[in-house]
Design a protein around this ligand. Structure first.
Ligand SMILES: O=C[C@H](O)COP(=O)(O)O
Length: 257
Protein backbone atom coordinates (compact mmCIF):
# COMPACT_ATOMS: atom_id res chain seq x y z
CA UNK A 1 0.00 0.00 0.00
CA UNK A 2 1.33 3.43 -0.87
CA UNK A 3 1.45 5.95 1.96
CA UNK A 4 -0.61 9.10 1.55
CA UNK A 5 1.19 12.45 1.69
CA UNK A 6 -0.03 12.96 5.25
CA UNK A 7 1.14 9.51 6.38
CA UNK A 8 4.50 10.07 4.77
CA UNK A 9 4.86 13.55 6.27
CA UNK A 10 4.16 12.16 9.73
CA UNK A 11 6.69 9.39 9.24
CA UNK A 12 9.32 11.83 7.97
CA UNK A 13 8.88 14.02 11.06
CA UNK A 14 9.68 11.03 13.26
CA UNK A 15 12.84 10.39 11.22
CA UNK A 16 14.02 13.99 11.22
CA UNK A 17 17.35 15.22 12.57
CA UNK A 18 16.13 18.80 12.80
CA UNK A 19 19.24 20.85 12.24
CA UNK A 20 20.62 24.30 12.92
CA UNK A 21 24.28 24.62 11.99
CA UNK A 22 24.68 28.26 11.05
CA UNK A 23 27.73 30.37 11.96
CA UNK A 24 25.44 32.96 13.58
CA UNK A 25 23.32 30.55 15.64
CA UNK A 26 22.52 31.90 19.08
CA UNK A 27 20.70 30.69 22.16
CA UNK A 28 17.34 32.12 21.07
CA UNK A 29 17.52 30.27 17.75
CA UNK A 30 18.41 26.98 19.41
CA UNK A 31 15.57 27.34 21.93
CA UNK A 32 13.22 27.98 19.02
CA UNK A 33 14.56 24.90 17.18
CA UNK A 34 13.82 22.79 20.28
CA UNK A 35 10.33 24.25 20.59
CA UNK A 36 9.57 23.52 16.92
CA UNK A 37 11.04 20.00 17.28
CA UNK A 38 8.01 19.07 19.37
CA UNK A 39 5.40 19.27 16.64
CA UNK A 40 1.65 18.84 17.13
CA UNK A 41 1.94 15.39 15.52
CA UNK A 42 4.85 14.27 17.66
CA UNK A 43 8.54 14.91 18.13
CA UNK A 44 11.36 14.75 15.63
CA UNK A 45 14.03 12.08 16.21
CA UNK A 46 16.80 14.53 17.13
CA UNK A 47 17.91 18.11 17.01
CA UNK A 48 21.38 18.69 15.57
CA UNK A 49 23.34 21.70 16.83
CA UNK A 50 26.92 22.89 17.23
CA UNK A 51 28.73 21.51 20.32
CA UNK A 52 28.46 24.79 22.22
CA UNK A 53 24.65 24.46 22.19
CA UNK A 54 24.39 20.80 23.26
CA UNK A 55 23.72 21.49 26.95
CA UNK A 56 21.21 24.24 26.12
CA UNK A 57 19.35 21.99 23.67
CA UNK A 58 19.13 19.17 26.21
CA UNK A 59 17.93 21.50 28.94
CA UNK A 60 15.38 23.20 26.67
CA UNK A 61 13.96 19.93 25.33
CA UNK A 62 13.68 18.47 28.83
CA UNK A 63 11.93 21.60 30.10
CA UNK A 64 9.40 21.28 27.25
CA UNK A 65 8.72 17.61 27.95
CA UNK A 66 10.85 16.51 25.00
CA UNK A 67 13.23 14.19 26.79
CA UNK A 68 12.72 11.51 24.13
CA UNK A 69 14.29 13.80 21.49
CA UNK A 70 17.99 13.06 21.04
CA UNK A 71 20.59 15.80 20.92
CA UNK A 72 23.05 15.36 18.07
CA UNK A 73 26.10 17.48 17.37
CA UNK A 74 28.95 17.69 14.85
CA UNK A 75 32.72 17.34 15.09
CA UNK A 76 35.54 17.81 12.59
CA UNK A 77 32.90 19.97 10.93
CA UNK A 78 32.64 20.91 8.15
CA UNK A 79 36.11 20.57 6.58
CA UNK A 80 36.95 17.09 7.91
CA UNK A 81 40.62 18.02 8.11
CA UNK A 82 41.61 18.02 11.80
CA UNK A 83 44.01 15.53 13.42
CA UNK A 84 42.55 12.28 14.70
CA UNK A 85 43.45 13.07 18.35
CA UNK A 86 41.89 16.52 18.12
CA UNK A 87 38.66 15.12 16.66
CA UNK A 88 38.51 12.34 19.25
CA UNK A 89 38.91 14.92 22.04
CA UNK A 90 36.22 17.12 20.47
CA UNK A 91 33.93 14.10 20.24
CA UNK A 92 34.58 13.09 23.87
CA UNK A 93 33.85 16.65 25.04
CA UNK A 94 30.58 16.72 23.08
CA UNK A 95 29.42 13.49 24.70
CA UNK A 96 30.43 14.79 28.14
CA UNK A 97 28.34 17.90 27.44
CA UNK A 98 25.31 15.67 26.90
CA UNK A 99 25.27 14.77 23.20
CA UNK A 100 23.46 11.49 22.49
CA UNK A 101 24.80 11.39 18.95
CA UNK A 102 27.88 12.76 17.20
CA UNK A 103 28.04 13.39 13.46
CA UNK A 104 31.75 13.41 12.59
CA UNK A 105 33.11 14.46 9.22
CA UNK A 106 35.19 11.74 7.55
CA UNK A 107 38.59 12.91 6.24
CA UNK A 108 37.28 12.80 2.71
CA UNK A 109 40.08 14.90 1.19
CA UNK A 110 42.67 12.44 2.54
CA UNK A 111 40.79 9.52 0.97
CA UNK A 112 40.51 11.41 -2.31
CA UNK A 113 44.29 11.94 -2.11
CA UNK A 114 44.90 8.20 -1.71
CA UNK A 115 45.12 7.91 2.11
CA UNK A 116 42.41 5.58 3.40
CA UNK A 117 44.14 4.89 6.72
CA UNK A 118 43.40 8.18 8.44
CA UNK A 119 39.64 7.73 7.94
CA UNK A 120 39.67 4.29 9.51
CA UNK A 121 41.75 5.57 12.46
CA UNK A 122 39.48 8.57 12.94
CA UNK A 123 36.29 6.50 13.02
CA UNK A 124 37.85 3.99 15.45
CA UNK A 125 39.05 6.78 17.76
CA UNK A 126 35.69 8.58 17.68
CA UNK A 127 33.80 5.37 18.32
CA UNK A 128 35.88 4.85 21.47
CA UNK A 129 35.30 8.48 22.45
CA UNK A 130 31.54 8.09 21.99
CA UNK A 131 31.03 5.39 24.60
CA UNK A 132 27.30 4.71 24.48
CA UNK A 133 26.59 7.69 22.22
CA UNK A 134 25.79 7.06 18.58
CA UNK A 135 28.47 7.79 15.97
CA UNK A 136 27.29 9.03 12.59
CA UNK A 137 30.01 9.43 9.97
CA UNK A 138 29.58 12.15 7.35
CA UNK A 139 31.29 11.00 4.14
CA UNK A 140 30.79 14.25 2.18
CA UNK A 141 29.82 12.26 -0.88
CA UNK A 142 29.53 15.33 -3.13
CA UNK A 143 33.26 15.94 -2.64
CA UNK A 144 34.24 12.26 -2.94
CA UNK A 145 32.20 12.22 -6.17
CA UNK A 146 33.71 8.98 -7.54
CA UNK A 147 31.33 6.04 -6.88
CA UNK A 148 34.29 3.79 -6.02
CA UNK A 149 35.42 6.26 -3.33
CA UNK A 150 31.88 6.59 -1.93
CA UNK A 151 31.67 2.81 -1.67
CA UNK A 152 35.11 2.56 -0.08
CA UNK A 153 34.39 5.31 2.48
CA UNK A 154 31.06 3.64 3.34
CA UNK A 155 32.68 0.26 3.83
CA UNK A 156 35.68 1.60 5.77
CA UNK A 157 33.47 3.70 8.07
CA UNK A 158 31.19 0.74 8.77
CA UNK A 159 34.07 -1.65 9.44
CA UNK A 160 35.72 0.91 11.76
CA UNK A 161 32.58 1.16 13.91
CA UNK A 162 30.17 3.77 12.48
CA UNK A 163 26.58 3.43 13.73
CA UNK A 164 25.27 5.48 10.79
CA UNK A 165 26.77 6.71 7.56
CA UNK A 166 25.62 10.15 6.45
CA UNK A 167 25.97 11.72 3.03
CA UNK A 168 26.85 15.35 3.61
CA UNK A 169 27.52 18.35 5.81
CA UNK A 170 25.11 20.55 3.87
CA UNK A 171 28.02 22.97 3.46
CA UNK A 172 29.38 21.99 0.04
CA UNK A 173 28.00 22.39 -3.48
CA UNK A 174 26.69 18.84 -3.91
CA UNK A 175 24.91 17.37 -0.90
CA UNK A 176 22.54 14.36 -0.65
CA UNK A 177 21.81 12.82 -4.04
CA UNK A 178 19.95 9.73 -5.18
CA UNK A 179 23.14 8.30 -6.65
CA UNK A 180 25.12 8.64 -3.41
CA UNK A 181 22.18 7.26 -1.42
CA UNK A 182 22.01 4.18 -3.65
CA UNK A 183 25.74 3.49 -3.29
CA UNK A 184 25.63 3.87 0.51
CA UNK A 185 22.46 1.83 0.95
CA UNK A 186 23.95 -0.92 -1.20
CA UNK A 187 26.97 -1.13 1.11
CA UNK A 188 24.73 -1.03 4.20
CA UNK A 189 22.72 -3.93 2.77
CA UNK A 190 25.88 -5.87 1.84
CA UNK A 191 27.16 -5.50 5.40
CA UNK A 192 23.99 -6.87 6.96
CA UNK A 193 21.84 -3.75 7.46
CA UNK A 194 23.05 -3.15 11.00
CA UNK A 195 24.27 0.40 10.28
CA UNK A 196 21.91 3.30 9.68
CA UNK A 197 21.70 5.81 6.83
CA UNK A 198 21.33 9.59 7.00
CA UNK A 199 20.93 11.63 3.84
CA UNK A 200 21.52 15.30 4.65
CA UNK A 201 21.85 18.60 2.88
CA UNK A 202 19.30 20.06 0.50
CA UNK A 203 16.33 18.04 1.77
CA UNK A 204 13.60 20.68 1.65
CA UNK A 205 10.32 19.08 0.59
CA UNK A 206 8.04 16.13 1.20
CA UNK A 207 9.11 14.88 -2.25
CA UNK A 208 12.75 14.84 -1.09
CA UNK A 209 11.77 12.91 2.05
CA UNK A 210 9.75 10.48 -0.07
CA UNK A 211 12.77 9.82 -2.28
CA UNK A 212 15.07 8.81 0.59
CA UNK A 213 12.46 6.87 2.55
CA UNK A 214 11.59 5.01 -0.66
CA UNK A 215 15.24 4.22 -1.40
CA UNK A 216 15.83 2.91 2.13
CA UNK A 217 12.75 0.69 1.79
CA UNK A 218 13.93 -0.52 -1.61
CA UNK A 219 17.36 -1.66 -0.33
CA UNK A 220 16.59 -2.69 3.27
CA UNK A 221 12.84 -3.26 3.46
CA UNK A 222 9.97 -1.37 5.09
CA UNK A 223 10.57 -2.77 8.57
CA UNK A 224 14.13 -1.45 8.58
CA UNK A 225 12.94 2.13 8.14
CA UNK A 226 12.73 3.36 11.72
CA UNK A 227 14.60 6.17 13.52
CA UNK A 228 17.13 3.51 14.63
CA UNK A 229 18.18 3.10 10.99
CA UNK A 230 17.09 6.10 8.95
CA UNK A 231 17.38 9.80 9.68
CA UNK A 232 16.75 12.73 7.42
CA UNK A 233 19.20 15.55 8.15
CA UNK A 234 17.54 18.85 7.32
CA UNK A 235 17.26 22.40 8.53
CA UNK A 236 14.19 23.45 6.58
CA UNK A 237 11.99 20.53 5.53
CA UNK A 238 9.73 20.69 8.58
CA UNK A 239 7.48 23.48 7.28
CA UNK A 240 6.69 21.53 4.10
CA UNK A 241 5.97 18.37 6.10
CA UNK A 242 3.63 20.25 8.43
CA UNK A 243 1.95 21.90 5.43
CA UNK A 244 1.01 18.44 4.13
CA UNK A 245 -0.58 17.76 7.51
CA UNK A 246 -2.66 20.92 7.28
CA UNK A 247 -0.45 22.71 9.80
CA UNK A 248 1.19 26.00 8.83
CA UNK A 249 4.60 26.84 10.29
CA UNK A 250 2.83 28.77 13.04
CA UNK A 251 0.92 25.59 13.82
CA UNK A 252 4.24 23.94 14.62
CA UNK A 253 4.13 25.36 18.12
CA UNK A 254 2.13 23.46 20.67
CA UNK A 255 0.05 25.52 23.02
CA UNK A 256 2.30 26.70 25.83
CA UNK A 257 5.56 25.87 24.06
O1 LIG B 1 23.34 17.81 8.69
C1 LIG B 1 22.46 18.43 8.13
C2 LIG B 1 22.72 19.52 7.17
O2 LIG B 1 23.64 20.42 7.68
C3 LIG B 1 21.45 20.20 6.83
O3 LIG B 1 21.57 20.82 5.59
P1 LIG B 1 20.40 21.75 5.03
O4 LIG B 1 20.56 23.07 5.75
O5 LIG B 1 20.66 21.86 3.56
O6 LIG B 1 19.09 21.11 5.35
Amino acid sequence: MTATDAQLARKAIGLLDFTSLNPDDDEARIRDLCRRALTPVGPVAAVCVYPRFVALARQTLDALGGNQVKVATVTNFPAGAADVEVVAAETRAAVEAGADEVDVVYPYAALRGGDATVGVELVRACKRACGDALLKVILETGELADPALIRQASRDAIEAGADFIKTSTGKVVVNATEQAARLMLEVIAETGGRVGFKPAGGIRTLADARLYIGLAEEYLGQDWVTPEHLRLGASSVLDDLLRHLGLGSEGAAKEGY
